[in-house]
Write a protein that binds this ligand. Structure first.
Ligand SMILES: Cc1cc2nc3c(=O)[nH]c(=O)nc-3n(C[C@H](O)[C@H](O)[C@H](O)COP(=O)(O)OP(=O)(O)OC[C@H]3O[C@@H](n4cnc5c(N)ncnc54)[C@H](O)[C@@H]3O)c2cc1C
Ligand code: SF4
Length: 473
């Protein structure tokens, strides 16, 4: 086993890891960084030609009992930046204080205000498009880098009637040509964007890819961490059929919320919450038939978010819901002559709370097994109540009928298996994302979320990594 030494040894190259390295190098530009990535580098061209984001299917990397939930993610250089749809809403200030405000879940160890400057930096890096009006709901200290995408006719009616709730989508799909990438043309297949309009590792992290002291090594799965005296002594990984070891001053674990806990479990890290509480949001699809209002004239795949069911006292009893207004037609257009576009597909996403029985464990052969039989009662009731409330929310529209189109198998968000908190007895990492016991280990990515707000996670993952790196570097 040969040995190598770096300032920073990083496991995984997804959102959490990349934004941590970005933040670290802002303060320590000459730091020597090694990034060990399990997957290959699949270029944009490779992904388009092969119609997938990775040669490795997520379900080949873990086991789950029959009937349990499935999980979706990308194994490859850049992780989730390859497959994501680039929806980038911030979390709501209340999301960070669920226990204080509503007596459920846990508070995050820092609040919205503390994360806000890092939200700005993450949005700049991703060239996020959005409307300044959104600041009324989610306060911001700087404008969005790009203007918002055009709303649909449906959105314009909703926005006029509900200016406090209905906002143009915040998204890292470019609304204007910019030095990083092309403009989004609403082709609506963003996991494989044909024109490269969304932010990815390949088009957005050239600075790291070409950085003289950063080395990305692909096809190097990390199997375990070498632990002694409450510190990480090294990272053990495989390459070309051999086992190798790399050591560093600081270690960053960013292998996603399913594989990061598996690595810790294989290493013998014994915090009782390791792997515990894995979760994501509960989503469902709806199709709204409209009388005389044509849709699908917006500027991108998802044009608006409606926050009418997002926050309030009801969160004491059931989960909040965020409504995504879609500029695409997953169930086809209408068949009646001349009424093809008189419909509005929606996706409703409901927050879930982590449950301790849902967890990642490791089989005898080292393969992760995810136990997740069902969503919480909190989320189940949230689904029911949000669907009942839709008629009222959509009252400004000429609604003919609202059709429930079924629960979505996954929101493609893996979260909460190495939760963050101030108390070492009930959380795995502290407010800076440093492991409570292994003080030279930082855990990044959505693994550390203590609760599961219904907004998309990756902008928050990025902002948190920038914050953590700023404090630790
Ligand atoms: C189809 C799809 C669409 C999505 N759309 C959105 C969206 O629009 N908006 C949004 O906010 N989020 C979206 N997401 C979710 C987003 O991808 C995740 O929230 C985000 O990637 C989480 O970041 P992370 O750093 O925790 O993990 P990842 O980005 O998944 O990074 C983990 C990295 O670790 C690597 N790895 C795994 N195991 C090992 C190992 N043993 N050794 C070394 N490396 C390893 C992986 O290959 C990967 O590179 C989407 C996800 C999918 C699948
Ligand atoms: S809507 Fe089309 S052009 Fe825009 S990001 Fe998605 S796939 Fe790319």
């Amino acid at each position: 086993m040969s040995a190598e030494h770096y300032d920073l040894v990083v496991v995984g190259s997804g959102f959490g890891s990349l934004f941590f390295v970005e933040g670290f190098l802002r303060k320590r530009p000459t730091a020597r960084v090694l990034v060990l990535e399990r997957g290959r580098h699949h270029s944009h061209r490779w992904q388009i030609e092969n119609g997938r984001n990775s040669a490795v299917a997520p379900e080949d990397t873990y086991r789950t009992p029959p009937g349990h939930k499935i999980w979706n993610f990308t194994i490859g250089l850049g992780g989730g930046t390859n497959c994501w749809f680039a929806q980038t809403p911030r979390f709501h200030p209340s999301d960070f204080r669920l226990r204080t405000l509503y007596g459920v879940g846990q508070d995050w160890p820092f609040g919205y205000d503390e994360l806000e400057p890092y939200y700005v930096l993450a949005e700049r890096k991703m060239a996020v498009a959005g409307s300044p009006d959104m600041a009324e709901l989610l306060p911001r200290s700087a404008p969005f880098p790009l203007p918002p995408h055009a709303l649909t006719s449906v959105d314009r009616v909703m926005r006029a009637a509900q200016p406090a709730f209905h906002f143009p989508m915040a998204t890292a799909r470019a609304s204007a040509v910019n030095p990083q990438r092309a403009r989004c043309c609403a082709s609506a297949r963003c996991n494989l964007c044909p024109v490269d309009a969304k932010f990815t590792f390949e088009n957005g992290f050239r600075n790291l890819r070409e950085h003289p002291s950063v080395e990305f090594r692909t096809e190097c799965p990390v199997t375990r961490l070498d632990l002694a005296n409450d510190t990480v002594q090294g990272v053990i990984y495989e390459t070309g059929g051999e086992e190798r070891r790399a050591s560093g001053e600081l270690y960053v674990l960013g292998a996603n919320a399913l594989h990061s806990p598996a690595i810790l479990l294989r290493s013998g890290a014994d915090h009782p919450f390791t792997g515990v509480g894995i979760h994501e949001q509960a989503g469902y699809s709806v199709e709204v038939l409209l009388d005389g209002l044509d849709n699908f004239d917006g500027g991108t795949i998802t044009t608006a978010l409606n926050y009418a069911l997002y926050d309030g006292e009801f969160r004491r009893s059931y989960g909040s819901a965020l409504i995504y207004f879609e500029n695409r037609w997953p169930y086809g257009l209408r068949t009646e002559f001349g009424r093809w576009r008189q419909l509005a597909p929606l996706v409703v996403v409901v927050e879930d709370l982590p449950q301790d029985q849902n967890r990642v464990v490791v089989d005898d052969d080292g393969m992760p097994r995810v136990l997740h039989e069902r969503i919480s009662e909190y989320a189940r009731v949230g689904v029911e109540r949000s669907f009942e409330a839709l008629e009222k929310v959509l009252a400004p529209l000429p609604v003919e009928r609202i059709d429930f189109k079924g629960m979505r198998a996954t929101e493609s968000h893996v979260q909460g298996s190495l939760r963050m908190g101030r108390d070492p007895a009930t959380s795995v990492v502290d407010a800076d994302q440093v492991h409570h016991r292994l003080r030279n280990l930082v855990v990044v990515g959505s693994a550390v979320f203590p609760t599961g707000p219904c907004a998309n996670p990756s902008l928050t993952v990025a902002a948190m990594s920038l914050r953590s790196a700023d404090r630790l570097a």
